[in-house]
Design a protein around this ligand. Structure first.
Ligand SMILES: *Cc1c(COP(=O)(O)O)cnc(C)c1O
Length: 364
């Protein structure tokens, strides 16, 4: 008997999100470079704060996240009243779509943009629209041309995942200024901390009424396992999003760890510097062996091979050596592999394996 219990139209069209692989069958000593995690993990202070909560697990967490919001405000120079915390920044992407887009509305993002924009738009019943990029970079003119009466949200990540590229402050401001006045521009700053001196466009949020910024603790802060994100925007938008969230959407241990992590600015700085050094090492070596690679502003590089077949073969060679990287076919980049910047020794190993691969590879 087939069930008469049916989901809303469109729900079954949503593809299941497949994250970066964590294991390779039959291998135990693998190095995971597939999810842009911080290879050094979180700051010691964050781990300590997390452990210290073990005796308090019966107590409900703060529902207004005041202490974490204050810490974020102090460190990032933003207004604590307009910071909203979430169970990963994915949750904010979902809230934005649920609150601002529905049947008949369009949600724009770029061709090689983060998959959650599309999935959350679909989850809200809205129509996802992918806009072409220019040479793997966000194309402001194409986005402006695609925006219309129905466009409620525009998502861009700057720097972007999985391309690693970034557009200028001026270009982002031009996008904010050129969009229709019923359209909210969402700037995903998941990788903002990897860019020296960059505020993730917090200052643009200050200057405009149509700009919202999302941030995460999953990348430079090394807390992907905890699920913590935050957003910053105009009071009216933040006030709206608070209505979408559960009263205790961030748990107590996570709030404590996040606060300690954001306050440990020395550790963050060290991670930023070390990452930049090894990202550049990886890129130079890739270019040296004839693998195309844009300059990356993030903690990963996008290696571009001559063909999908070659990328698949390189993926296999890396996998055989215990190195797990991310194939990005689902992002429309079949001939590419996204490689997270690991510890120095991991990066050297990647280079060594790819070097051997390149020497033996002949396109059929
Ligand atoms: C990793 C990533 C995020 C982070 O999502 P969380 O839910 O906070 O873990 C958001 N946006 C982009 C573009 C990312 O790559």
């Amino acid at each position: 008997m087939t069930t008469r219990i049916k989901p809303q139209p469109g729900v079954m069209d949503i593809e299941l999100y497949v994250g970066g692989k964590g294991h390779i069958k039959g291998q135990s000593n693998t190095i995971k470079l597939s999810s842009n995690e911080n290879p050094w993990g979180p700051s010691e202070a964050a781990k300590q704060a997390y452990r210290a909560m073990a005796g308090e697990l019966h107590v409900y967490p703060s529902g207004d996240h005041t202490e974490l919001r204050m810490a974020i405000a102090e460190v990032h120079g933003v207004d604590a009243d307009r910071v909203i915390c979430s169970n990963g920044s994915d949750e904010l992407i979902s809230f934005l779509c649920q609150a601002y887009a529905g049947q008949g509305d369009e949600v724009l993002f770029t061709e090689h943009g983060f998959l959650m924009y599309k999935l959350c738009a679909q989850g809200a019943g809205a129509t996802p629209v992918a806009v072409p990029e220019k040479e793997r970079r966000t194309d402001v003119d194409a986005l402006l041309a695609a925006a219309n009466e129905k466009t409620k949200l525009v998502f861009i990540a700057n720097p972007n995942n999985p391309t690693g590229t970034m557009i200028s402050d001026d270009d982002v401001a031009r996008l904010a200024d050129g969009l229709p006045d019923h359209t909210l521009l969402v700037l995903d700053g998941a990788y903002a901390e990897f860019v020296e001196g960059f505020d993730g466009h917090a200052s643009l949020v200050e200057e405009r009424e149509n700009v919202f910024m999302t941030r995460t603790f999953s990348k430079i802060y090394g807390l992907g396992g905890l699920r913590l994100g935050w957003g910053y925007g105009p009071a009216e938008i933040v006030n709206t999003l608070h209505r979408m969230r559960g009263p205790f959407n961030v748990n107590a241990s996570v709030l404590a760890a996040g606060e300690a992590a954001v306050r440990d600015v020395d550790y963050t700085q060290k991670c930023r510097e070390t990452n930049a050094q090894w990202a550049e090492f990886l890129r130079e070596k890739l270019l040296g062996m004839g693998i195309a690679c844009d300059a990356s502003q993030t903690n990963f590089v996008l290696a571009r091979f001559g063909s999908e077949t070659e990328a698949d073969a390189a993926d296999k060679a890396l996998g055989d050596a215990g190195l797990i990287v991310r194939a990005v076919k689902s992002y429309g980049l079949s001939e590419c592999l996204r490689i997270t910047v690991g510890k120095g020794a991991d990066c050297k190993r990647v280079v060594q394996v790819l070097q051997e691969f390149k020497e033996s590879w002949v396109e059929a």
